[in-house]
Design a protein around this ligand. Structure first.
Ligand SMILES: [Mn+2]
Length: 221
């Protein structure tokens, strides 16, 4: 069984990511003494203070084979028109790890969409299958409650006060704990605000390691 640490939405918070990697036992090169590997749920850029540096850093980790990453909706938007665009579009929407036991997506998945690359699958993987209601407000389905696939799924995209584990299907967790929002982080489900932080899921342990957001990573608002 392969061992991974799956990191939530970094959103330009490079100092915070480095602190989290310290906690998890990674060197800056991405090397881990016991061979664990990093994976990212995407949305590594925008919101935080260090998008370009974070992008370059994670690109190096992925390029040297130390990490892998699922594509987030913000990554493609950020890279549009930049030299990085083609490379970002090569990131998978569904990152299957550990011989099919662990599936990393940015926003959401349905079991019938696993392995598909069509428009509907992309809409779910990147935007959680969100549709506007009559007032134009984006409604995201509770994909975790509906999930009935086999792999355990890790996703980001929806900010949650605590990593949100659900047991439906093979199980799932949402781990975007709002690092780049600082004290304005807001839980997608309860609406409560909290101090954002960055989290990783340890696999196969299914435990969480978190660090507070580094103040230098926040953009003054
Ligand atoms: Mn997102």
């Amino acid at each position: 069984m392969a061992e991974y640490d799956v990191v939530g939405d970094v959103h330009g918070c490079l100092n915070t990511l480095h602190n989290l990697m310290d906690q998890l036992g990674y060197e800056r090169s991405g090397r881990h003494s016991t061979g664990r590997r990093l994976a990212f749920v995407g949305d590594i850029v925008t919101r935080g203070a260090h998008s370009a540096e974070t992008f370059d850093y994670i690109a190096r980790l992925v390029g040297t084979g130390r990490a892998s990453m699922a594509r987030g909706n913000k990554d493609g938007a950020w890279a549009e028109g930049r030299p990085e665009e083609k490379w970002v579009s090569s990131f998978p929407l569904q990152l299957m790890l550990d011989d099919g036991r662990l599936l990393v997506v940015h926003a959401a998945i349905r079991s019938d969409l696993i392995g598909r690359v069509d428009e509907e699958a992309e809409h779910w993987c990147l935007r959680g299958g969100a549709e506007p209601d009559e007032s134009g407000t984006e409604i995201r389905p509770d994909w975790q409650a509906m999930y009935d696939g086999d792999p355990f799924v890790v996703a980001g995209h929806s900010v949650v006060r605590e990593p949100r584990f659900r047991e439906a299907g093979g199980g799932s967790v949402v781990i975007d704990t709002g690092a780049a929002y600082g004290e304005k982080a807001r839980d997608r489900f309860s609406g409560e605000t909290f101090d954002g932080y960055l989290s990783a899921l340890r696999w196969p342990e299914r435990s969480i390691v978190s660090v507070p957001t580094h103040p230098d990573d926040l953009v003054a608002t």
